[in-house]
Each structure stands twice: as C-alpha cells, then as structure tokens.
Design a protein around this ligand. Structure first.
Ligand code: SAM
Length: 284
C-alpha cells in the first residue's frame, strides 16, 4: 500500500474526515517524509517531539529512527488511532493536549533523562504556525533544531533575512534565536485534503550565540513587535503610538543612527533594531 492508499484506508477504517478547524491536511508523499527525517538527521540518540501527529504517517518513521518520540495531538479521534498503531513501541509516548498549553520545558526535563539532543518535528497545523514557533523559541527550550512543514508564504517570512523583503516581526525573532533554512518545496498535491496553498519544509537550527548583543531581550522583542503591528506606519509613529518611547527620544535615537524619520521597521537590519533597543531605557 502506498501512503495515499494507507491514508484513505485509515480514514475509512476509523470513519475520519479531515477537520479543517484543526488544520488537518495529511501527508501522502513518501519523498517529503524522507526529506523531513533526513533534514532533521534523526538518530537513535535523539529525543523527538512531534507536534500534531494526526494519523501517524510521519510518526511511523520517527519511532523507527529516534531514541524516543513524544507526540502531542489535540484531536481525540487521532489519539485513538495513534494508540492502536504505536502502543507496541516502548519509545513512543502520546499526549492528548493542545501543544500551546503544554509546559514543554518541564516535559523535556522529566522525560529526557539521558539528556539526548532534542529535535522538534512536525507537519504543523497552519492556523497556529506563528504561536507554536514563538512558544518554542521564547521558552528557550533546550533543543537542537526544529524541522517543520509550513505554508510557503509563511516559510518565506520565517527564513527571510531581516531587512530584506517579506519580513515580519517573526523574521527578527526567528533570526535572533536560529539559523533558518528552506529545505523542500512541497506542492499541495502532497496532502489529503489538498490545502489551497503550497508548502515548504524549513529547518530552524538553534544558535549557540545570538547574532546581536542585547541589554534586555524583552525590550528588543517589544519594539520589533510594535513596529510591525502597524505596518504602514513609520518606526517613529509605530513606537511612539504604542507608548514605548517619547517622540523626542525616538527622534534623538534616529538622528544618532543617521536614520530618516520616515524609516519603517521592515527597513531595519537586526543590528539596527538591537541598537535602538540598547539605546532605549524603557523603564525611564
Ligand atoms: N502529522 C500528520 C501528517 O503529516 O499527516 C498531520 C498533520 S496536520 C497538518 C496537523 C495536525 O495537528 C492534525 O493532526 C491536528 O489535529 C493537530 N493539531 C491541531 N491543533 C493542534 C494543537 N493545538 N495541539 C496539538 N495538535 C494539534
């Protein structure tokens, strides 16, 4: 049975129809599964967290290749299938939870007793891609890399170089924590049901050291987020309207950095954002 037939078979056997509200698009392309496994360089020494295992297509490869797999799935119907498929694997553990509510740091501390390299792998539910990525990064989990399928347009934003086109606040956050890479373009025909958009496998390799030095990370993230909140606004208006800084002080900083008063957030490099954050005493 190929993956298309297997997926159809499982959906029929368990009377499943894909739940759009949960972002369910099941992978049916063997090459894509292989690309994800190879990109993540999964070995018996790895502790893998899979987000949204669904029917278990990717999971079936992960349990064979990884030391341990913890799968987090919200949909009870999927959980029943996954329990039946993988109950014989002693290296498999399943959590029926909303990944956004799981205390991942404690989970890793408790379950990764051998301190193996932690890797996150997923064909992500697209409706919550950004909150999931932000959670993984901001919680500073002790992980080596994140290898995930996301929609193409989001992949471009997540892997863009700050200061170039196609950026958003998340570009700067990802770049601060990771070295991002695009791995494989995936057509919408690789899924059941077919999503409207194309997808891409991307990898975020966690940096050992951040690319810029910050006095206070929270100030940096606050100004990055505020300046993309009102995209068409200038940086000056964006940050002053958000109540982060006075116009006078912001003009002084722009002047010192030889930046025009009409500059926008998306024009700035990560170094320039860092400089603004470091110039700002937000508590004053
Ligand atoms: N991994 C499977 C595959 O590649 O065929 C399914 C991927 S599907 C794009 C996304 C999966 O994430 C679905 O199984 C969905 O039920 C699950 N999901 C959606 N929201 C979730 C959440 N908040 N927490 C955990 N899993 C979630």
């Amino acid at each position: 049975m190929n993956l298309y037939e297997e997926t159809k078979f499982l959906m029929k056997k368990y009377q499943i129809s894909a739940n759009k509200n949960l972002g369910q698009n099941f992978l049916i392309d063997e090459n894509v599964i292989q690309n994800i496994i190879e990109s993540a360089q999964i070995s018996q020494n790895d502790f893998v967290i899979e987000i949204g295992p669904g029917l278990g297509t990717l999971t079936s490869q992960l349990v064979e290749k990884a030391g341990k797999v913890i799968a987090i799935e919200l949909d009870k119907k999927m959980v029943k299938i996954l329990q039946e498929r993988f109950s014989l694997y002693s290296n498999f553990q399943l959590l029926n939870e909303d990944v956004l509510k799981v205390d991942l740091k404690t989970l890793i501390e408790k379950e990764n007793t051998q301190k193996c390299p932690v890797k996150i792998v997923a064909n992500l539910p697209y409706y919550i891609t950004t909150p999931i990525i932000m959670k993984l990064l901001e919680e500073k989990l002790p992980m080596q890399n994140i290898t995930v399928m996301v929609q193409k347009e989001v992949a471009d934003r997540l892997t863009a170089i700050p200061g170039e086109k196609n950026t958003g606040a998340i570009t700067y956050c990802v770049y601060y924590y990771c070295e991002p890479k695009q791995m494989m373009l995936v057509p919408n025909t690789s899924f059941i049901p077919e999503p409207k958009v194309n997808s891409e496998v991307i990898q975020l390799n966690i940096r050992q050291n951040p690319p810029v030095q910050l006095k206070d990370e929270t100030v940096f993230f606050k100004i990055v987020k505020a300046s993309f909140m009102q995209r068409r606004k200038t940086l000056l208006n964006g940050l002053t309207n958000a109540g982060i800084i006075s116009k006078e002080k912001m003009r002084e900083i722009l002047n010192k950095m030889q930046l025009s008063e009409t500059v926008r957030g998306e024009d700035l490099s990560i170094e320039q954002f860092a400089q603004i954050a470091n110039e700002l005493d937000i508590n004053q």
